[in-house]
Structures are given as structure tokens and as C-alpha cells.
Design a protein around this ligand. Sequence first.
Ligand code: AMP
Ligand code: GLY
Length: 435
Amino acid sequence: MKVLVVGSGGREHVLTWKIKQSSLVDEIFCAPGNGGMSMIAECVDIKVDDINGLAAFALEKKIDLTVVGPEAPLVEGIVDVFEKAGLKIFGPGKMASQLEGSKVFTKEFLKKHNIPTAGYRSFSDINTAIDFLKEINYPVVVKADGLAAGKGVIICENAAQAREALDQIMLQKVFKDAGNRVVIEEFLRGEEASILAISDGEDYVILASSQDHKRIFDEDQGPNTGGMGAYSPAPVVTPGIMCRIENEIIAPTIKGMKEDGCPFKGVLYAGLMIDNGRPKVLEYNVRFGDPETQVVIPRLKNDLVEIMRASCEGRLKDMPLDWDERIFICVVMSSGGYPGAYEKGKTIEGLDGVSAREGIVFHAGTKKDGDAVLTSGGRVLGVTGFGVDIAEAIDNVYKVVEKISFDRCFFRRDIGAKALKRVNETQNTSASAGN
Ligand code: AMP
Ligand code: GLY
């Protein structure tokens, strides 16, 4: 098979790395790819939003399967264009991609199908929204309806902040047309977890749980980023909670989408808040998470291409998944200044000194320059390590991180600390219960 991977981040490097291991695959192309992907596949210079260019390339090269990393082309309808051209592509169509492309669509869908989520109201008129601010308790969360590169969610402690958020989104249009409508929703407390499920529109398989670290600084301080690290499994998702997530969230979502005439094929990413054992949907994405993929996919023992093909062909029923039981953890190494302004073009040292026994270095914002690898983005590398328990995994991943360096490199030093605390607390509780 010939496979085309669309995208250029850490997530796409993991997908390419995993697809490369499939016995079904002979050749992989990446559009546009990055430094790491160029070492294991052929990169072609087509941008992710050039849907017609991608389809023309897939037709010319007789690509058997296209895998889309980022959300923007999915929401724009890349799957519909490819399928119309007779090309096999893994992902949801334009209608189903509204689960990420429109927060209003998603909230209405969740409400209609009785799927647990924060209480909300949606508005297309700023004055009605402003009136609503007088009636509610704080904090609240104000969300732009459309895609806003992860920046469209504003947590507001009081009415003044919520008013400011509405002004920015609906009047100043800082997220352009994504701000034509807003959702104002209840602020949820608890611990977040990410659950990925792959569906063929009817049946689904649920992947191992994981947890992201969205803030730039240790102890979840500072601005939000694309994600500074992750681990899998997430101890907050106990087997009992996983059961609730499947029965109350994933199963009714797949069933509801089918009933509503837009069956969901591809990866459904559920961002969840878990409070006192109760999971609620914070958001849906319609693609793999980044950096969650860096810890979930290396644990998957099955052939991912087989699963993706089954998703495209409606054959996911009774496909058991097999997992590496170890704990996987990813530390993102970023350019100093990210998520604000940062410099590019720094030489990355130490990449050759990492063996597969120690960890896996996934590239995000990198490019090859002769034999050198240079930084070319905010999130530069995702270093994935593993261990028999979370303490060993943390130890191992940071040993690999310490081997790699570039000018003004920045990474969080507390990835996994929350999981370690939770595991220790659980062990202490069961030890004292046993006494
Ligand atoms: P989203 O883009 O919808 O994933 O939101 C980004 C982040 O905002 C989430 O990962 C949460 O940390 C936070 N968030 C979103 N909605 C809520 C909510 N209702 N309550 C608390 N935090 C939220
Ligand atoms: N890690 C968050 C996301 O992929 O949206």
C-alpha cells in the first residue's frame, strides 16, 4: 500500500512512524512533513489546506490510504473531496467534523442526546449575550463557535472579564468568522483526561486513556499552549470511569451522529473533565491529539493501518486492541518564548545519542539542513519515554531529554507529577484501608 500522511507536527511524525511499521505498507508520503518525517518517508511540499492539490497528488501517485493529522482540512471537507474522487481517506466528512468545527453544533448535539457536559447558552447577538452575563454565577467559560487554533476558549472570573471576552470575539473579531456565534458555559472543576476512539460510523474501538499538560509552566501556570507533555494511561481514568465514558459518552455520540444523518468515521477525541468519578465532555476534536498521540500510539500493539482501513470500510466490529502495559510519557521540548514569539533555525544537538531502548524522539517543529536538524517551530520535539511505573517512566524520559539541547530550549520539568501524586495517594489509601 501507498499511504499519504497530511500534516507536519509531532502527531503526524508518530502516525508516520507507526504506519511505517505496518506490513501492509510499501511507501509513505508526507505533506508537507517535517525534519523527522523526512528521515522515514518522502516529504512533498503541499500545504495542509491545499485540498485540491493533495487530492491531485493522491490520484497521481495512486495513494491507497490518506491519513489527515490536523483539524482544519477535515472541517473544510477534505474527506468529501477525496471520497468523491474515489480515494480512500481516514477521517470524518465535513458534516461530522462540525463536532470540532462548531461548538454550538456540539453543545446542541450533546444536549439532544443527553450526553453529560457543562450547562450552556449560545448567542449570535452580542447584546443578548451581554444581558445574559447579569443572570449568571462566575467563573464562566466563553467560547468562540468556530476553529480558533486552540485560543478561542476564555475562562472569565467575573462579568467584566466575560464582557471583554465577548467584545474581543464578537466585535473585534479576533478569531474572524469563528466568532460569529459564542457559547457561554458553566465552569467545570475536576481533572481533565483525553479519550480517543476510532469509529467506522457505527462501531468503534476506544484507545488507551491519556492526559495532556496544556499550560506552558510547571504546576499548570502561565498561558495555554498546544500541549507541553502527556502520559498514558491517565490514572484518573479508572476502569469504572472508563466504563462510564464508554456508556455515557462515546457510545451515544457514535449512535447519535448516525441517527442525525452524519455518521462519524475517523478518530473522535473527547476532552473530558472528571469530577468525583463523573465524566463530562469539555470538547470534541475530530482528529488525534497532540501530544496525546505521542504516548497512546506507541503503546498500541495492533497494526494501525489495519484499524484505519477498517474504519474507512465499516469493518471495525469485533476488532480487539492490544496494549503495551507500560506507562508512556512525553515531554515536549519547545523554543524559548513559545507560546509567544520565538526564534527559529537553532541547531539541535544530541539526537543521535538516543537509542530506541531509551526512548523515541518525535519531531514537531524541525527541518533538515544537510546533516543538521534545525528548529522551525514553537513545539520542536516530543520525547517519549516509558517505564514499568510512572516514577520509572518520568526518570527515563528526562534522562533522554537531558541528552538533547538547542539554544533557548524550554520544557516543563513536572510532566507526570500529577499522575505520580494520584498513584501514591491511591496506594496510601489502600495501605491504610488494609491496616
Ligand atoms: P477547548 O478548546 O474547548 O478544549 O478548551 C480548552 C481548555 O479550556 C480545556 O482543555 C479546559 O482546560 C478549559 N475548559 C474548556 N471548557 C471548560 C469548562 N466548561 N470548564 C472548565 N474548563 C474548561
Ligand atoms: N492536546 C490537545 C489537542 O490535541 O487538542
